[in-house]
Design a binder for this molecule. Structure first.
Ligand code: FES
Length: 65
């Protein structure tokens, strides 16, 4: 699973919001709504964010779209 079926948002969007807005995973999840409805995506979302956190934090903020 690479997106939240209930909200239609991709996990990449959650990771992007974390980096762009300097949010914690919980804050980004709360803002996007991912994981807040049926909660089925939470395990995959947490795995995705854990894998993405390190490389994404190295992207300079001014280079973000
Ligand atoms: S699939 Fe993400 S809350 Fe239901």
């Amino acid at each position: 699973m690479t997106s939240c079926a209930c909200t239609g948002r991709s996990f990449a969007e959650v990771a992007y919001r974390m980096l762009r807005d300097r949010l914690s995973a919980a804050e980004a999840e709360g803002l996007t709504g991912c994981g807040s409805i049926c909660t089925a995506c939470i395990p995959d979302l947490r795995t995705f964010l854990g894998r993405r956190a390190r490389p994404l934090t190295r992207v300079p903020k001014e280079r973000m779209p």
